[in-house]
Write a protein that binds this ligand. Structure first.
Ligand SMILES: [Zn+2]
Length: 45
């Protein structure tokens, strides 16, 4: 499975949330592990 080690937006370390969601605590970028859609950025409120 392909996962990101760094946030593509701010280069901070990504943390796993749940089974396969990676979240950046700095800018709130998140992505599904295994998909890593760099062009689809969603902001968590
Ligand atoms: Zn970030």
């Amino acid at each position: 499975m392909k996962t990101l080690h760094k946030c593509p937006k701010c280069s901070s370390r990504l943390e796993m949330k749940g089974e396969n969601i990676q979240v950046c605590n700095v800018c709130k970028y998140w992505t599904e592990a295994g998909t890593a859609r760099l062009d689809s950025i969603t902001i968590l409120e």
